[in-house]
Design a protein around this ligand. Sequence first.
Ligand SMILES: Cc1cc2nc3c(=O)[nH]c(=O)nc-3n(C[C@H](O)[C@H](O)[C@H](O)COP(=O)(O)OP(=O)(O)OC[C@H]3O[C@@H](n4cnc5c(N)ncnc54)[C@H](O)[C@@H]3O)c2cc1C
Length: 452
Amino acid sequence: MRDGSSIPPVIILGAGLTGLSAAYHLEGVPRVLVERAGEVGGKARSERTRGHTFDVTGHWLHLRDPRMQTLVQRLFADEAVPLARIDRVTRVFSHGALLSYPFQANLHGLPLDVVQECLVELVVARERAARGEARAPATFEEFAVARFGKGIARHFFVPYNTKLWGMNPDQLTADWVSRFIPIPDTAQIIGGALGLRQEGLGYNAHFLYPETGGIDHLPRALRRAGVDGHADAALLLGTSVEEVDVDGRRVKLSGEPDWRAYGALISSIPLPELIRRAPGAPPEVRAAAQRLRWVRWRYLNVGTRAPVPVDYHWVYVPELRYPFFRVGVFSNAVASMAPTGRASLYVELNERAGPVDERAVANALVDIGAVARADDIAFMEERAVEYAYVVFDDAYAEATRVIHDWLARVGVRSCGRYGAWIYNSMEDSMIQGLDAASWARRQLRSPAGGRA
Ligand SMILES: Cc1cc2nc3c(=O)[nH]c(=O)nc-3n(C[C@H](O)[C@H](O)[C@H](O)COP(=O)(O)OP(=O)(O)OC[C@H]3O[C@@H](n4cnc5c(N)ncnc54)[C@H](O)[C@@H]3O)c2cc1C
């Protein structure tokens, strides 16, 4: 492959869902999948300990695209583990009440003065919009106030997102939200405030999940179908890309003395990491990469020795007095994710660094009713994700444009949640892998190697 007599392979950096999907869709094309970790899956991996199964917090599969529905059906047809279709059960814990989700459509149960404030401010915002006085929101906070009014913003969107992002939502743009935030109409909001349940709103009213638990069945199935046993595919686990030479069209991998030539390069590793490894990037691209910001995630895997007194799959916890913003119960979705009579939970923490006060977390879990007694908690294990959410701030649009323009000029496809530097789902990542595979096939056919 490297003697110049044949076209070099497509090299794919990262074996998360994007890289695996790219490899799967490159059937018939020589390809090498390079993964730093000892296993495939990236964020869609799972861990199993003491009979409990945990994902990297909630990883529920929502499929909207018919191509992905067909793909996943095909993948799981050969799997010993079928997929279950689960109706989402989510709640919001606020002012001591367990509300239906979403908050903005289910105000019933909150103290009456809070309900009144939310409704009055909703009317103010919607009248302003009807008079044509609402300007396009510049920040996420302005978006929330414009759509739902100051009350709902104050009691949910601002505190919840301050905890989730680790910064006030006035520092974020509203670019990422449209698909993910349900916008009920006024009748639904009023109905929800009166106690008429407004369920099923939003993008994710139900989800798919492997029946025996562990979202890692999905990446493993992709690996089996697209890589294992394919003579034209190689998977290098425990191998990191160290340098990318875009002019020489080759990469340097850890543990290998020689460079590897590529016919096309697909990267799904985080964008700042790619640019750091590409010394050929011009100064303006390096400067743009310096402006990219992201959110580190810290969470706890929690195993209980008793059942939990709640039925939800996850609950949003907006109030600042609690040390977490979301708590999920894997075993409420799929019972086998915990031993009989026990539960597996994830707890997404506000603080991104420093020691975790486990006692405070346990007491807060009791306070919101997620566990009956602190003693029911058998263990807590702390985990972190360095790149969890990319930050959509004022620098985002221009910085990503400069970087992607350059990558396109040098014929590198950087895709997936962190390669494209976007907010997306597992399904979106698999679609990006599919699109990258088509792009790579075109590259291999192009005499200029695809460079502009
Ligand atoms: C906390 C959280 C919750 C989420 N919940 C959901 C959900 O409920 N439903 C949903 O659909 N989506 C969810 N997502 C989104 C989903 O995880 C992503 O869309 C998807 O897994 C991203 O896949 P990817 O392959 O693009 O990236 P990744 O999974 O990050 O894969 C990138 C791979 O690159 C590897 N890598 C990094 N650096 C190098 C290097 N130098 N050399 C070689 N390899 C390298 C990494 O090890 C990794 O395996 C969630 C994401 C997060 C963070």
